[in-house]
Design a binder for this molecule. Structure first.
Ligand code: MN
Length: 254
């Protein structure tokens, strides 16, 4: 049976290059390596066509981290000064991709910004800047604490009967943390499945879906050393593999 194809959403940046502004796709290679390590074939999705053009070819989707989502996408008219890295093109593509993927029940793992765009695509809202919204919040930007990205920096408590708990095999997990925003109102059919000690929602899932799992941390920086984080990628690829098994057989030409 062929290995499942996992579409990965890259970041989009516009920068000065070759004597002019150039727009480029950007992807931390860890995401693709984590998918390959789990037995999937990673495909970077170029957001130059509507997501529907890609969906028939994909068995799973990985939504990656990146800059902030434009606040108007979740109904906010004020933009917090700490907001950075907005890409309308990326927001547009990923929101449409999420809606189409859920409608087709395609397995989906959402990481960091990915969890936020999943929530926004379904009608949820975001906390624009955690330090201003939650008194006594943890510092969720561990780079400010001098902790390397491959090391966890805070615990999360996981809902015992969740897909997440079954996947990572525990209800107490140490995670890394690179976000200044977080989910505010979680949109149905998403349910919260992990929280940090300060109450920040750190994971969510769609119980009715075959596999829709979102985490606010970065398992792609942890999977090589921590089996619980590797299990997230394995679970996505396994769910995608089961979808491959259900594909109509290709009729060979005579
Ligand atoms: Mn965090």
């Amino acid at each position: 049976m062929p290995a499942p194809l996992i579409g990965i959403t890259p970041d989009i940046t516009t920068e000065s290059a070759h004597h002019g502004l150039t727009t480029r796709l950007l992807l931390n290679l860890d995401y693709a390596e984590a998918i390959a390590q789990a037995g999937g074939i990673p495909l970077v999705l170029a957001p130059v066509l509507p997501p529907a053009h890609f969906l028939d070819s994909l068995d799973g989707i990985l939504l990656t981290g990146g800059g902030d989502i434009a606040p108007h996408r979740y109904g906010a008219s004020v933009i917090h000064p700490a907001t950075y890295g907005i890409s309308d093109q990326r927001d547009e593509f990923e929101i449409a991709l999420v809606r189409a993927a859920l409608a087709a029940d395609i397995p989906l793992l959402a990481i960091c910004r990915g969890m936020q765009i999943l929530n926004v695509a379904l009608g949820g809202t975001l906390i624009q800047h955690i330090p201003d919204a939650i008194r006594g919040a943890l510092n969720h930007r561990q780079q400010e604490l001098g902790i390397p990205s491959g090391e966890p920096s805070h615990p999360v408590i996981i809902q015992p009967d969740s897909l997440l708990a079954r996947t990572v095999g525990t209800t107490h997990l140490l995670v890394n943390s690179y976000h200044h925003q977080a989910v505010a109102e979680l949109a149905p059919p998403l349910l919260p499945t992990a929280t940090a000690p300060d109450g920040v929602i750190e994971a969510a899932e769609v119980p009715q879906a075959t596999f829709v799992l979102a985490v606010q941390w970065h398992p792609e920086r942890l999977y090589q050393r921590y089996p619980a984080h590797q299990a997230l990628f394995t679970a996505l690829v396994d769910a995608a593999q089961r979808r491959v098994a259900l594909r109509p057989a290709v009729v060979e030409k005579k």
